[in-house]
Design a protein. Sequence first.
Length: 185
Amino acid sequence: MDYSNETYVEDYTSLSTTKRPKLLSFLLLLSSIFILSTLSAVTQRLIDGPMTEVQLEQEMSKLYGNTQVLVNQGASNEFMQETQLIVENSRYINNEIFYLSNVSLVATLGIGLISVFLMFFGFKIGLCFYLIYSMLPIISTYLITPSGLILETPIFIIAFTSAVLFFLYTIGFNKLDENKKKAKS
């Protein structure tokens, strides 16, 4: 009976000394900062509501002015076409689906917070939530935005960044598993 108590205490102390890898801690900190700052900005947008037509026209005229300067300095006409697509996308989101797009973003960020929380405590299910969190912005874009207004470059950037971060999180969890195995032996 005394032997089992020693084993229990030994196992307990070896598990409690397992440290989270620095890479995993760093990624969790960065993800938390990003998610919380984005959540704050989206919440403020929801409180303020959609822009008025006057505000929207002012923003678009600034964008066109900046784009025209770049075109005059030698940027291609494709750049002007991309700017036109951005303007049409912004008008559509502001006038048609403002609340739907922002509420879906809040829900996505909520899933991101859950994933970071689970991964912080070493639960691998957090990786599954992170994968869902990574895919939801792309899926929601294709579901709520007409195909002619979808900007492809941001979609590729989101997909690439998500894949890299998921890969790094997986490496971090593999190191955490190795640390736990070493602590048990």
